[in-house]
Design a protein around this ligand. Structure first.
Ligand SMILES: [Fe+2]
Length: 330
């Protein structure tokens, strides 16, 4: 992990111009160099206009002001993620988080076996619980979590296009998150190694075996690629995990080399990579960007009432606040 980003206060006015995302044509992945260059230039200009990692102060997560929505939207438009914070003493638990997301256009949760009936996953170290049997789920432990995008094995209605990660309690030590806009990961990889970036767009290079728990099939086998264009939104979509077990990559030297280069870049070489240590009341809302988590320790012991506790809610929509707010209409 690199140095931890200090989250600066805000107070800045911004202007968001539609659209909320830059359309990413399928042709960009396999050619169309002039059109891709224009997209690239627009992306870099946009990123230079708004600093990534600026933390937006929210007065009341139940009722965002138009200016707060525009500030959140401005960061998401350019970086695909935004950091926010509100008073954790006035607004605790997951309900204000869900309310904030709803005001940013996120209403359809994507559940998993460990999320509750509201689509909320309460992440804390459960490895000491006698009735917690599935220790494969690293998010529910204090172990480090490698770079990934959420739901890289999901498709159809289970496709995760956005999620929020909100800190209810921080760890005594560690637990930092690294963040990287997946569009910037593609751009930088293609800048340095265009052939390798293209290799990661080939169909069916990744196979995730089915997930069986006893006789119950939790998830069917998935085959897909790393970089693709989402049919529903026209945006660049990334499926990726740094894990090397329980995943099969196509036996192709270009794919192997591309994965090695991407791993190296994620670990060392992306200037846009941001390390944050979220405090209580702070959260990160994103269009399913690349992220990872450092190991952590809880001096008072792990558990739902003492140790690090984060809420995670995943959605099938991309972030899309109401047009009327972005356009300044009443
Ligand atoms: Fe994740």
């Amino acid at each position: 992990m690199g140095a931890v980003q200090t989250l600066p206060a805000t107070g800045h006015a911004c202007a968001v111009n539609y659209p909320m995302s830059q359309p990413f044509s399928r042709k960009f992945l396999s050619g169309s160099p002039a059109a891709y260059r224009q997209w690239r230039e627009n992306k870099l200009i946009g990123c230079s206009q708004t600093a990534a990692g600026r933390c937006i102060d929210i007065a009341d997560p139940w009722s965002l002001t138009a200016d707060e929505i525009r500030q959140l939207a401005d960061s998401i438009k350019h970086h695909n993620f935004v950091l926010y914070r509100y008073d954790p003493h006035r607004y605790g638990s997951w309900e204000p988080v869900r309310a904030l997301c709803a005001q940013m256009g996120l209403r359809t949760t994507v559940d998993n076996p460990l999320s509750d009936e509201n689509g909320v996953s309460t992440l804390y170290d459960r490895t000491g619980e006698t009735d917690f049997h599935d220790r494969r789920y690293i998010p529910y432990s204090s172990r480090p979590l490698n770079w990934h995008t959420d739901g890289y094995y999901s498709e159809g209605s289970g496709t995760i296009r956005s999620f929020v990660l909100h800190c209810e309690r921080a760890a005594s030590l560690g637990g930092e998150n690294n963040l990287l806009d997946h569009e910037m990961a593609y751009l930088r990889l293609r800048d340095r190694h265009p052939a390798l970036a293209e290799a990661l767009t080939s169909p069916d290079i990744m196979t995730i075996p089915e997930n069986l728990q006893g006789d119950v099939r939790i998830r069917k086998r998935f085959r897909g690629t790393v970089f693709s264009v989402d049919r529903d939104t026209g945006c660049l979509y990334m499926r990726y995990t740094q894990r090397r077990h329980n995943i099969h990559w196509r036996d192709d030297p270009r794919v192997s080399m591309a994965l090695n280069v991407l791993d190296d870049l994620l670990n060392t070489g992306f200037p846009e990579k941001l390390t944050v240590r979220l405090s209580p009341g702070q959260g990160m809302l994103c269009n399913n960007i690349l992220h990872c988590r450092a190991a952590y320790a809880d001096r008072a012991g792990a558990g739902p009432d003492t140790g690090r506790l984060f809420y995670r809610i995943r959605f099938s929509e991309r972030i899309r606040p109401p047009d009327r707010v972005l356009q300044g209409r009443p």
